[in-house]
Design a protein. Structure first.
Lengths: 400, 321
């Protein structure tokens, strides 16, 4: 009996605390809702690129006393939910954030699929959706369909065509010849990149000497690397996902794959890639990038490590952070928490972000990094769609 | 088949009223409570359809994701050219056909072999779809844009739930249902009394698979973006088994008792322990298995039996002052 009374008391106290916390701050605090994977297949990526960036921004903005809304500083609080990498959970979380927690704004979900699954609902509630972790060719169609949605990270076609451009540069330097081996993971991003990348390489005069695809989740990459090796390519290109990016790189090192250019896809820009491959990472090309030497970037990365305890990646981390900077500056400009007005302000504005000045032309960021390369322990952008400040790509020089 | 007796008529009336009340939900709330209700009804239909087959036969099927994914893909591929109601029919036929082929090939197997095969089936279908798309189309993702809101999906699922319950009830009354009971109790005996056990099992597997396929089809517009890993998500198969077993599979309404508490529990866990979901869910599983080995239904029946015995005892005591 006594134990039961105690449980009841604790439950009542907790409930009262929750209710009071909800009520007391309602007027003073900006509530920001965030639903993204903390478990499931995409949790690994979200724990690198998504959650820490939110944490850092929250720290930064509250250290300044909050967002300046019409002359009044309002601190920000984030309500986080795990969507378990599932569309139906993500939809339910957005509903809960919008109708139960009644948040003022949302952080866009993580990755293409979850952003698309939740887009109709987010549009229904009129929140601006700044998708910072979706790479897809549908950006213009989506921006038209959901005028409150913004697409920041770029298109698959640009990512793939840039690979061809970088290979041309390396060929001009005499680092590689004409023969390329291309493989891709048989999943959304990998296939879109393959479909755009192969014609681009052929148009640039490259000869595809080996080509294959492999299913998502494949563990053993020895057959792929040895078949590629047998074709004696000058460059190896893999449109891969995180697991295979690591697997292919490890296998290439073991087999001592002798190529002048080695490209792997998603997760090459993760700090863990350098951690896993050490010196062998030098010269590896990969999807996405930043300019680590851009003004403020080194300082931002140091602060990221300091506040969140983990290193930022060299790609989407900074974009997620930038998306929140854009939101903050738009709220600041409007001077109220009116969602429609803030959405309009995002459409027309120019924003000062950690990635430099950013404008959203037709709700889409047209200037983004596409290919990066590990050079001296940092991942440098070697190709972009017009940002400027690209590093020169260098030849891959062995695996030691 | 005879007409409904007095008791059945009362149950039918009560069920009709309950469905009517539940169907009014979107008029009250269009937000969070509607969305969680969509999830609940979705799993109610999946678990009940699963129980149609697995309840009487005791064959644990992990093929739910395969049928669900086929339904989703039917809609994703046809949404621009074929009217939606027709797509639901095609989804049912396609999943039913798969169930038929698989059933004929495997339902002679029993126990663990069947479980393993069905687990592999979802993965197999996913790889086949991936391969087809890789080789014959330009992108793996398919967009499903419709004007359906949450409330439309909710009503469609609710309608489907009613059909599943009626089907289950009709099967129970039929020769097939009787045959299934015997097979469930002892398959060898069933064979000896002349029941074509393989045929009975295949028919039921087809019905169950077709319903699951329709659920996948109805849900496709909700996802907007369909790709193999989400359509053939193996978690669906496992959750269906867990929820159905939690509820109890002896009666057709058993899964209902598992789905509702489980979905709400899961939801509360994500809301209050967003960083420790897997941990808390794991503890909840252990608690369920330990405290409710026969499911909620089994526990309820225990209680009813206990009360009866108690009544009998007190009646006897009343007779002997």
């Amino acid at each position: 009996m006594k134990r039961r009374t105690m449980i009841k008391t604790v439950a009542a106290a907790t409930l009262a605390g929750v209710l009071m916390a909800g009520g007391a701050y309602a007027q003073e605090v900006i509530k920001l809702g965030a639903s993204a994977p903390k478990s499931g297949p995409l949790a690994g990526g979200a724990e690198v690129s998504h959650w820490p960036a939110i944490k850092l921004w929250l720290h930064d903005v509250n250290a300044r006393g909050g967002i300046d809304v019409g002359g009044k500083k309002m601190p920000v609080e984030v309500i986080e939910y795990d969507d378990r990498t599932s569309g139906e959970e993500a939809i339910k979380n957005i509903q809960r954030l919008a109708t139960v927690d009644k948040v003022d704004f949302l952080v866009a979900p993580y990755a293409t699929g979850l952003n698309l699954a939740t887009a109709p609902l987010i549009a229904k509630y009129g929140y601006p959706q700044l998708a910072a972790t979706a790479v897809t060719d549908g950006v213009d169609e989506f921006a038209k369909r959901w005028p409150n949605s913004f697409w920041l990270l770029g298109t698959s076609a640009s990512f793939a065509e840039s690979v061809a451009d970088v290979l041309v540069k390396l060929r001009d330097k005499g680092a590689i010849g004409d023969k390329v081996a291309v493989v891709n993971v048989a999943d959304a991003f990998g296939i879109e990149l393959m479909n755009a990348g192969k014609p681009a390489m052929e148009a640039a005069g490259f000869e595809i000497v080996y080509e294959t695809s492999y299913p998502l989740g494949q563990q053993d990459f020895a057959p792929i690397i040895s078949a590629a090796q047998a074709a004696e390519p000058d460059a190896f290109v893999a449109f891969s996902y995180p697991g295979d990016t690591f697997g292919l790189s490890a296998q290439a090192k073991i087999a001592n794959l002798d190529v002048g250019a080695f490209y792997v896809g998603v997760a090459t820009a993760f700090p863990a890639y350098l951690g896993a491959n050490g010196a062998a990472a030098e010269g590896v090309l990969g999807a996405g990038a930043v300019n680590p030497d851009a003004p403020g970037m080194a300082e931002w990365r140091a602060r990221h490590k300091d506040v969140t305890g983990v290193d930022a990646d060299y790609w989407a981390s900074a974009m997620t952070y930038s998306s929140l900077q854009i939101l903050e500056q738009a709220i600041n400009k409007v001077g109220s928490l009116d969602k429609a007005a803030v959405t309009e302000a995002i459409k027309g504005g120019t924003f000062d972000t950690v990635l430099g000045e950013m404008t959203l032309d037709g709700n889409v960021n047209r200037k983004f990094w596409t290919v990066g390369q590990w050079q001296g322990g940092k991942f440098y952008g070697v190709a972009s769609t017009g940002i400027g400040g690209e590093a020169e790509p260098v030849a891959k020089n062995g695996w030691e | 088949m005879t007409w409904l007796n007095e008791k059945e008529r009362r149950i039918a009336g009560f069920a009709a009223i309950a469905f009517g009340v539940v169907a009014l939900l979107p008029l009250v709330d269009q937000g969070y409570y509607l969305s969680i209700s969509v999830n609940i009804v979705m799993y109610v239909v999946l678990c009940t359809a699963w129980t149609l087959f697995s309840g009487p036969t005791h064959y644990i099927s992990l093929a739910t994701a395969a049928f669900f994914g086929i339904g989703t893909y039917t809609v994703a591929l046809g949404i621009d050219t074929v009217p939606f109601p027709l797509l639901l029919v095609i989804a049912a036929l396609a999943s039913g056909l798969l169930a038929c082929v698989v059933g004929i090939a495997t339902l002679r197997l029993s126990g663990i072999y069947f479980v393993i095969f069905t687990l592999g089936l979802a993965e197999l279908v996913r790889q086949v779809v991936t391969w087809l798309q890789t080789n014959f189309s330009s992108s793996l993702g398919l967009y499903v844009f419709t004007d359906f809101g949450e409330q439309h999906i909710y009503w469609m699922l609710l309608g489907l739930a009613a059909i599943v319950y009626i089907t289950g009830w009709l099967i129970n009354r039929s020769r097939l249902g009787f045959a299934m009971q015997i097979i469930g109790n002892d398959e060898t005996v069933a064979k000896h009394v002349g029941i074509d056990t393989a045929r009975a099992k295949v028919i039921l597997f087809i019905i169950s698979g077709a319903f699951i396929g329709i659920v996948g089809a109805i849900l496709a517009p909700r996802f907007s973006y369909v790709q193999p890993p989400s359509a053939f998500n193996p978690m669906i198969s496992f959750q269906v088994v867990i929820m159905a077993l939690l509820g109890g599979t002896k009666r057709i309404w058993g899964p209902l008792l598992g789905v509702i508490p489980f979905t709400i529990l899961f939801d509360q866990v994500t809301a209050y322990f967003p960083n420790h979901t897997s941990f808390v869910i794991g503890i909840a599983f252990m608690a369920i298995v330990y405290l409710l080995p026969q499911g909620v239904l089994g526990r309820l029946e225990d209680l009813v039996r206990l009360r009866k015995r108690f009544r009998m005892v007190s009646a006897e005591e009343g007779n002997n002052p």
